[in-house]
Write a protein that binds this ligand. Structure first.
Ligand SMILES: [Zn+2]
Length: 346
């Protein structure tokens, strides 16, 4: 046994009783002797001892198999037989470059969770959203939009009925549920000539769009199919879920949990201000083209529709900007026309 004694305190098992003593160790054994170094209090094999993970500034305790423990008086004392694992955690905690790295990496990690992780989880969670939740979100959104930007349609009943009939026929042929996919007309100075889909499947078409496409039923059909594509791919719910998840994470981080219900219900309307991504638009275009072909029309009908919109835009650009609205929220017309013309069905 080495003659090097470590001063400390022995705490008896399952008891508040403790006693000043010395510890001495060799390669295989630990011995505790009393202050006078006469009586052995305890003698155990090193393999039966556990060292508490040593933190800088904290004494490295020895825990014995029987339940007792020895706490060295010197907080900087480290046992010669410290396991490499605990030694490493101590080295990490003392390393200045690593502390500096964590100061930089933790905000980066937070950013990554908020802007990459959350959207990915939101996309996944969309598949878990119940139809009732989606319906509630959609209706809530429509209420808000109706209040700020929509007025009752001024279209003649006959025009509305004709388009509704076309719509129903299209749904039947594509095997789409007409309780989900619903078409509504509104007059809107704000949206002008426009169409958009709400997350729960209601597609809104403005009087202005119907009027401007009154001689081009195939163009209107192509646009309606594009909007159905947004619903089929759940683009609206994905945007709303991302916005909601990010807001919740921020609320949790900053400790403001009270407004969460409001956030969940209210953020659904925010998707309208947030344009769909270009990838989403391309996905919806591809959907529209595929379905046009399935319905016996051609990919060129889609290109013609966009071309017609673009021509109208060029014609009317100086007169009013109503055409600009629809096209401005979508990728470049030429890109979409080219894609449609070159499309080969798989
Ligand atoms: Zn779109």
């Amino acid at each position: 046994m080495s003659k090097h004694y470590i001063k400390g305190c022995y705490y008896y098992p399952n008891s508040s009783q403790h006693q000043q003593c010395f510890a001495a160790s060799n390669k295989s054994q630990i011995q505790l002797v009393d202050s006078q170094q006469r009586n052995t209090l305890l003698s155990v094999l090193i393999t039966e001892c556990q060292i508490e993970s040593p933190l800088p500034g904290v004494a490295s305790e020895l825990n014995f198999a029987g339940g007792g423990r020895f706490v060295p008086e010197d907080i900087n004392h480290r046992w010669a037989f410290t396991h490499t694992k605990t030694g490493m955690s101590e080295r990490l905690e003392k390393s200045k470059p690593l502390i500096l790295a964590s100061v930089i990496l933790i905000p980066l990690l937070l950013w990554f969770i908020l802007y990459r992780g959350i959207p990915a989880i939101a996309v996944y969670s969309v598949s878990l959203a119940s139809p009732a939740t989606v319906e509630a979100m959609g209706n809530q959104s429509l209420k808000v939009i109706e209040k700020v930007a929509l007025a009752p349609s001024q279209l003649p009943d006959e025009t509305q009925n004709n388009i509704q009939q076309q719509w129903q026929q299209m749904l039947d042929e594509l095997n789409l549920d007409s309780t989900i996919f619903r078409l509504s007309f509104y007059q809107s100075d704000y949206f002008a000539a426009n169409a958009f889909a709400l997350p729960h499947g209601r597609v809104i078409v403005t009087d202005e769009l119907v009027t401007l496409l009154k001689d081009k039923p195939d163009a209107l059909r192509a646009i309606l199919l594009h909007e159905i594509g947004h619903v089929e791919y759940q683009h609206g719910i994905r945007l709303a879920a991302q916005a909601t998840a990010s807001t919740i994470v921020l609320a949790v981080i900053f400790g403001d949990l009270e407004g969460i219900t409001e956030v969940v219900l209210g953020s659904s309307s925010s998707f309208l201000q947030q344009a769909f991504s270009r990838d989403m638009e391309r996905e919806a275009d591809k959907y529209a083209i595929e379905k046009l072909i399935a319905l016996g029309y051609s990919n060129n009908d889609f290109a013609d529709a966009i071309q017609a919109l673009q021509n109208k835009l060029d014609e009317q650009a100086q007169l009013d900007d109503s055409w600009f609205k629809y096209l401005s929220t979508h990728p470049s017309s030429q890109e979409r026309i080219d894609f449609a013309r070159q499309y080969t069905p798989q």
